[in-house]
Design a protein around this ligand. Structure first.
Ligand code: P6P
Length: 337
């Protein structure tokens, strides 16, 4: 039986392999792991403790916010604020970014963007939800204030990214740009333990993932691609929680699509908080992530904290096939070099 490797041990071991590592990113990742355990505790009790139900407030996108969203948002902010390694955060639940004062005089050099509880509309029907995070190095001097420009960094500038999936078990998956590893929470010892070493996404799969209910609202080439998937006897799996759908695809192969619709002409999913971090992870696992206009997600310019994007993400062979389909049936010029 393999020896248990905890997340903290793995982070430290990985740090030792990088001679230039100072331990700051390691400390930040460990703090995110602590926040994940705290959020997990409440997510698992959501049905029992009266923190369910609509908080009444609305987030920046005019969507009603569940109390658990607010709770997860607050816990992540608290953990990162006290970390000493995080200079500022931007959350899918907040209009603007939040700068943190130095902790014990330490001038932090990292920024964290996160969606505290993605798929939160699933909470009170007991369907899995997740936390998504991305870590950037600040561009401005550590002696000066954080500016909005610090957050206007492409996904290709991410230093690290990860997600926590609160499902049948709680798993934390992350990358620092040298492959992807997954850690399953063992509640009996309160530790995330290495369970998915050096994750590689299958080059193809038998399932596609899209909200078929919007079929008639998609552009022609999207409808034709979906018809092709259906005609190819592929299975349709769609949970309505991007972390859950993407995690399944990372494990089994497949493709997830959120094209533009009349309601969301730029796409619904957020570039900073959902698309970029998950695309970094999927690429590191050997997959691909492009927009439905065929641009690489990680190359997109970031112009706004709450910028949206269309996305086709998953197994490399399937994303390539999607791209060929769109090129064939649409007037969109290919962006691929
Ligand atoms: P729809 C959850 O609200 C989310 O941001 C993603 O997690 C999910 O993939 C998508 O929206 C679901 O959107 O329009 O299909 O309900």
């Amino acid at each position: 039986m393999n020896r248990i490797v905890t997340l903290d041990e793995f982070i430290l071991r990985t740090q030792k392999e990088i001679s230039s590592a100072t331990g700051e990113l390691s400390a930040l990742l460990r703090d995110i792991g602590v926040a994940a355990k705290i959020v997990n505790r409440e997510v698992n009790k959501a049905g029992l403790v009266n923190i369910l139900g609509v908080a009444g407030s609305e987030n920046t996108h005019g969507e009603t916010v569940q109390k658990l969203d607010l709770y997860a948002n607050e816990k992540l902010i608290d953990c990162l604020k006290n970390s000493g390694e995080c200079a500022a955060v931007a959350s899918e639940e907040l209009e603007d970014f939040i700068s943190f004062p130095n902790v014990k005089g330490k001038k932090a050099k990292y920024l964290v963007v996160f969606d505290p509880l993605d798929g939160s509309s699933n909470i009170d029907v007991n369907v899995s939800v997740g936390t998504i995070f991305g870590i950037y190095r600040r561009k401005s001097k550590t002696t000066g204030p954080i500016s909005m420009d610090d957050f206007m960094q492409k996904g290709s500038d991410l230093v690290a990214a990860g997600y926590v999936l609160y499902g049948t078990s709680t798993i934390l998956v992350y990358t620092t740009g040298n492959g992807v590893n997954g850690f399953t929470l063992d509640p009996s010892i309160g530790e995330f333990c290495l369970s998915h070493r050096d994750v590689k996404i299958p080059p193809s799969g038998k399932q596609y993932s899209v909200n078929q209910g919007y079929y008639l609202k998609f552009d022609l080439e999207m409808r034709r691609y979906i018809d092709y998937c259906s005609d190819s006897n592929m299975g349709l799996r769609y949970i309505g929680s991007m972390v859950s759908d993407v995690h399944r695809i990372i494990c089994n192969g497949g493709i997830f699509l959120y094209p533009n619709t009349r309601k969301y002409p730029q796409g619904k999913l957020r570039l900073l908080y959902e698309c970029n971090p998950l695309s970094f992870i999927v690429e590191q696992a050997g997959g691909q992530a492009i927009t439905c206009q065929l641009e690489r997600i990680l190359d997109l310019d970031v112009n706004h904290l709450h910028q949206r994007a269309t996305i086709a993400i998953g197994s490399s062979d399937m994303v390539k096939e999607f791209q060929e389909f769109v090129e064939k049936y649409s007037a969109i010029p290919s962006f691929s070099n």
